[in-house]
Design a protein around this ligand. Structure first.
Ligand SMILES: Cc1cc2nc3c(=O)[nH]c(=O)nc-3n(C[C@H](O)[C@H](O)[C@H](O)COP(=O)(O)OP(=O)(O)OC[C@H]3O[C@@H](n4cnc5c(N)ncnc54)[C@H](O)[C@@H]3O)c2cc1C
Length: 520
């Protein structure tokens, strides 16, 4: 496996600068990573760079759902739901069963709410039919049955609840595993490397984009990358890059901010809640990483994408909307461990952002650069394949006939049954020296069989088996592994995206300074 640690970033920069690539992907969110992975599988020489950390922007700020999108039935987009379901089930069954887990959802139906039981019952039935009842049949249950699954559910005015099945994930971990899959397939990747300009051949204005100028954000080094084709996968920054290609490029997208909160949980949650707020919007309350994830807002956003964050008004709105269905005792401000926000990329056009279609926007600029943005995390492989197909068939065929067919389903690294991995991590050592079952479970569900590599690190240095913070399951071996094998270069890379320390509110100054020492 090709890994890039802080120490060999210089080596990777040199490799990037001296190789003539078939494809340069700008942006290491899940869309850029997906295209990189697919292109490497097709035999292309491909490089991917990100200005920040991989998945450091939108791709780690999602609702963490791998879903068909019940909401899209509302807008009549049956084909999109069926397509999302297919991808969801492929991810959960074949690609990443170690990282993507099933979750039951309840839609509570209250007296005076925006949708009645008959409509929602028909909706969840159709929703489950569109995934060929792979997660059971969508149906309506009684308030008593609903409260047995979610004791924190508000009972006043509760008439019934509709039930359906979807999946969830830790988006940052799935993203880093996908970067690793791309690197395993031969891609060269570098995070914290910002594209500051595009290289053109055939003239500065009318020329073709054949590379980029970059600046390493960690040490300021400047370097360049050359490629036959350049893909702009910079999510909310997509138009910024398009304007580097053509200063007169018209806007192609608009942005909508979605904020989330993570709270400590006081009761068991055997299901998530999807609570209708109005005709289009829902509020999610999702058991996630032993906590409760609440969201999300949906407001037009016009500021700097890099400055997006959850504001006091977002926090108040999320708690208020969650309160439609969740008891106050589960919505205390002092229980908030983390708040974050991301930007949805929506096709440009008039109308409310909440009602806009969540579609992928694909454009080609005057310099030949292809830009892709928007769409769902859930369908990232599908979008990656579609973009690769588009690249292969561009007018003039800049990639020629150099693409091999790719296999339909290549699993992510670490593919294994998480139950089997957790069991082996626990039983591999003698009683008395056994791994804590909670830590074993945490490693199995965030690394799959790669957890055995972490166990090896602990065998060599037992101190790495200790918890980073006593209140969470993350251990020091994860931080070392993140540094050495997962491109983590800053404290935030480790605490926010390689481990669950930040979401659990455990990235204390002491934890941060010990991780900083480890990274240097
Ligand atoms: C609030 C919210 C909730 C969502 N929930 C879900 C969900 O539950 N399920 C689901 O399926 N989908 C969900 N989505 C959609 C999904 O998260 C996005 O479609 C997906 O993450 C987009 O990925 P991306 O790679 O296009 O963008 P990003 O992840 O934003 O990646 C773009 C990257 O480009 C980099 N970049 C920018 N400028 C430069 C430059 N000059 N040089 C180099 N790199 C640069 C950035 O650093 C960034 O990492 C949600 C989206 C939002 C906003």
């Amino acid at each position: 496996m090709r890994t890039t640690t802080c120490a060999d970033r210089a080596e990777t920069r040199e490799e990037l600068a001296r190789t003539a690539y078939d494809l340069l992907v700008i942006g290491g969110g899940i869309l850029g990573t997906s295209v990189t992975w697919m292109a490497a599988q097709a035999g292309l020489r491909v490089a991917m760079v990100d200005a920040g950390d991989f998945a450091g922007a939108t791709s780690s700020a999602s609702s963490k759902l791998v879903h068909g999108g019940l909401r899209y039935l509302q807008t009549g987009n049956v084909r999109l739901v069926a397509e999302n379901h297919r991808e969801r089930r492929a991810l959960a069954a074949d690609i990443a069963p170690h990282l993507v887990k099933p979750l039951t959802f309840l839609v509570p139906i209250y007296k005076g709410g925006p949708h009645g039981a008959a409509k929602l019952g028909a909706g969840v039935f159709l929703y489950s039919a569109l995934s060929v009842f792979g997660d059971g049949m969508g149906k309506v249950i009684t308030p008593h049955q609903a409260m047995a699954r979610v004791p924190a559910l508000r009972s006043e005015g509760l008439r019934a609840a509709a039930v359906y099945g979807d999946h969830q994930m830790n988006d940052s971990r799935v993203a880093v595993m996908t970067v690793r899959a791309a690197a395993d397939a031969g891609a060269v990747v570098l995070n914290h490397a910002e594209v500051v300009g595009l290289r053109k051949t055939g003239g500065d204005v009318a020329g073709t984009v054949t590379g980029a100028d970059l600046r390493d954000r960690l040490d300021g080094t400047e370097f360049g990358v050359s490629a036959r084709l350049v893909l702009n996968a910079t999510g909310p920054w997509v138009d910024h890059l398009r304007r580097m290609e053509d200063p007169d490029a018209a806007p192609s997208i608009r942005l909508s901010k979605g904020a989330h909160l993570v709270l400590r949980r006081h009761e068991p949650w055997k299901a998530a809640l999807t609570t209708p707020i109005d005709k289009y919007r829902v509020s999610f309350a999702i058991p996630w990483e032993d906590h409760l994830l609440l969201g999300t807002t949906d407001e037009a956003y016009e500021g700097d994408p890099g400055a997006v964050g959850a504001t006091e008004a977002d926090i108040a709105q999320i708690l208020d909307e969650a309160g439609h269905a969740v008891r106050d005792s589960q919505l205390r401000r002092e229980d908030i461990t983390y708040a974050f926000a991301g930007l949805r990329v929506l096709p440009g056009g008039p109308g409310q952002v909440a009602a806009a279609k969540r579609e992928t926007v694909l454009t080609r600029g005057s310099g030949g650069m292809l830009s892709v943005a928007g769409g769902k995390w859930t369908t990232y492989r599908h979008i990656g394949r579609h973009v690769l197909d588009t690249l292969a068939h561009l007018p003039g065929q800049p990639l020629g006939d150099d693409l091999a067919d790719i296999l339909p389903a290549v699993p992510l690294p670490g593919l294994a049954s998480p139950d089997a991995v957790a069991m082996r991590l626990w039983t591999d050592r003698d009683p008395g020296a056994r791994m804590d079952p909670l830590v074993a479970r945490h490693l199995a569900t965030h690394y799959g069989s790669i957890a055995f590599d972490l166990a090896r690190l602990i065998r060599e240095d037992p101190a790495l088996g200790e918890r980073i913070h006593p209140d969470g399951p993350d251990i020091w071996a994860q931080a070392v592994y993140a540094r050495d094998r997962e491109w983590a270069a800053t404290v935030d890379d480790v605490v926010r995206r390689r481990t669950t320390l930040t979401v659990r509110g455990l990235d204390t100054p002491d934890v941060r300074s010990r991780i900083a020492a480890l990274l240097t």
